[in-house]
Design a protein around this ligand. Sequence first.
Ligand code: 1PZ
Length: 215
Amino acid sequence: AIASEDLKFTLQEVLDTFKSCLSEHKEVFLEHYVAGWRGLVRFMNCLGSVFSFISKDAVNKIQILVNHLNGENGAHYVTIQSMVKYELDSQLVDLTKRGSFPESGCRTLLRLHRALRWLELFLERLRTSTEDSNTSVMCSEAYNESLAQHHAWIIRKAAGTAFWALPGRATFFDVLNVGSPEQVMAVLGDTLPLISEVYKVTEDLYAQNNILELP
Ligand code: 1PZ
């Protein structure tokens, strides 16, 4: 089951999941958000085992959120908005230092949310790249502008090393599994605004609730 899941990745699928994330009132459905991440992890697994320390962490966080969704308080976790309200109202979040709630939905999702910013920056670079652009460079630039600011030195070091193992642009496009480079560019053009929108809605929600720096 794992093998066939690994093979079946297409960028189009990720696009479709992120499309279904937002309700008409701009609420973010956690189930679809998590599904979008599952797709991204599947993609990362196609890139080789150097990235497994990264995908392990992502899978871990996805699982924590799924457990909340399927738990007895799952009804509160239908949207990110309801999750934030429920966990804050019920004091289920460590606000200033790590303590009783290392697996709160709020802090867990924040980590994925920050990674989504990396993805946005990286895909934007990819979309505007040319044949001789270097994926490793694009990846580390995007990382340094976003996630790196939240990571300790040792993780930045490990991530930086992994980036050099990224396949070149042509192989990368093949793995995206969309078609010709022109088609890849077109799908990226469709996908990016959706990812940006989900990112922005989440960012605003976290800012309003003053939880952008959860430990
Ligand atoms: C396509 C190549 C993939 C590049 C991915 C770029 C992101 C590099 C992230 C490296 C982090 C790996 C190890 C885990 C770190 C965790 O300490 C942090 C903070 O969590 P905490 O310790 O506070 O619980 N985890 C994260 O920051 C979440 C990282 C998720 C990375 C998902 C990448 C998604 C890639 C999609 C591929 C298209």
